[in-house]
Design a protein around this ligand. Structure first.
Ligand code: COI
Length: 355
């Protein structure tokens, strides 16, 4: 599908760096494709987008986003099918969520032809960078920041939207061990928890660092009022399997509406798995691990895909989860998702966007 296209000015690289890509040895977020897109919004008017060779951009020390944090992003993926064709997965959902984040952060709305058209054009140019192989994909990172050169506190008048792309393999090398966070919070009602803004990730780093010093990979955030209910995990939404049912915290203003989350819920429904979106209390899950009714817990997100947790740490005790097998619900969901994304099975949901 081709989005209605704004003419994009393209400057090609002189020499590709594709020989730096080793599909067997990809470190997430460390290598970038040959080209990137830049589009500036000047006083509310979007200028002609440009695709240029990937590289550094200069900035003024008074750049508004550096000081007051108007900065948002999306995480999406493109895949290669067996015929070598490139496919994006549910890009319109990311486009919509991007503009929801932009609204909350009082930033400019990005037009669809720049967001989707830009992704398509970049993917056509850098198609060779989409790695084949299990767990491999091209991670797409659209982002936008306030570009006023001004230190007064007000919404910026100018914004820069960019897209960079980076080959990705597995995000976590092993099964993450997560800690239930009961001191710090990620988001409170009325805040920016549902927005994919840079500050949400910055605020999570210190509590995550403390947990990592205790041997955990990530945090499982709880609600800001009582620390009784699960919210989401560091870079992913959280799922649990209890009595054979798939359970996940209902989304709210404090939880990011994950596109992988929504995808897994729909796939589970199609596989006849009962899904419950509701409040999930910490006690319910810990007691369930103890009595054997909770058999799986995992994170889901674009970067991590489906990542089963090895254990959940709560109040100083680690509760081990059973080993994942091919019969586990998380394995079935992950395989079904991968098969749709890479074209191994028919996409009956209409999620795949062929470039
Ligand atoms: C994604 O899954 O795309 C995310 O946003 C996580 C990222 C911060 C690594």
């Amino acid at each position: 599908m081709i989005a209605e296209q704004t003419a994009i000015k393209i400057t090609h690289v002189k020499e590709s760096r594709i020989n730096q890509l080793d599909p067997q040895n990809i470190v997430f977020g460390s290598l970038f494709t040959d080209h990137m897109l830049i589009a500036d919004c000047v006083n509310g008017i979007w200028q002609t987008p440009e695709i240029i060779p990937f590289g550094e951009i200069g900035f003024n020390p008074a750049l508004a986003s550096l000081h007051y944090g108007q900065s948002i992003f999306e995480g999406m993926k493109a895949f290669k099918d067996d015929e070598g064709g490139v496919r994006m997965f549910r890009p319109l959902e990311n486009f919509k969520r991007f503009n929801i984040s932009a609204e909350r952060m009082c930033m400019a709305q990005v037009p669809e032809d720049i967001f989707i058209g830009g992704l398509e054009e970049l993917l056509r140019l850098d198609a060779a960078w989409v790695p084949q192989g299990e767990d491999n994909s091209l991670y797409l990172r659209p982002f936008m920041f306030a570009s006023d050169v001004y230190l007064g506190v007000r919404p910026s008048l100018n914004y820069r939207f960019m897209i960079i792309m980076s080959p990705a393999g597995k995000y976590y090398s092993g099964a993450p061990k997560v800690k239930v966070e009961t001191e710090f919070i990620r988001a409170a009602e009325g805040g920016v928890g549902y927005a994919k803004c840079a500050g949400n990730y910055a605020a999570s780093l210190y509590p995550a660092k403390l947990a990592q010093q205790q041997g955990y990979t990530q945090l499982l955030w709880t609600d800001a009022k009582e620390h009784k209910y699960f919210e989401e995990s560091g870079t992913m939404n959280a799922f649990f399997v209890k009595d054979g049912k798939l359970i996940t915290p209902a989304t709210s203003s404090t939880i990011l509406k994950g596109i992988t989350r929504d995808t897994l819920i729909q796939i589970a429904g199609s596989l006849g798995i009962v899904v419950e979106e509701r409040k999930v209390s910490v006690v319910e899950i810990i007691e369930g691990i103890k009595d054997g009714s909770v058999t799986e817990a995992f994170g889901a997100g674009t970067a991590v895909v489906v990542s089963p947790f090895s254990a959940i740490g709560f109040e100083g005790t680690d509760y081990q989860l059973p080993e994942i097998t091919t019969d586990s619900i998380s394995s079935k969901l992950k395989n079904a998702l991968n098969d749709i994304r890479t074209g191994k099975v028919e996409d009956s949901f209409g999620w795949v966007w062929k470039v």
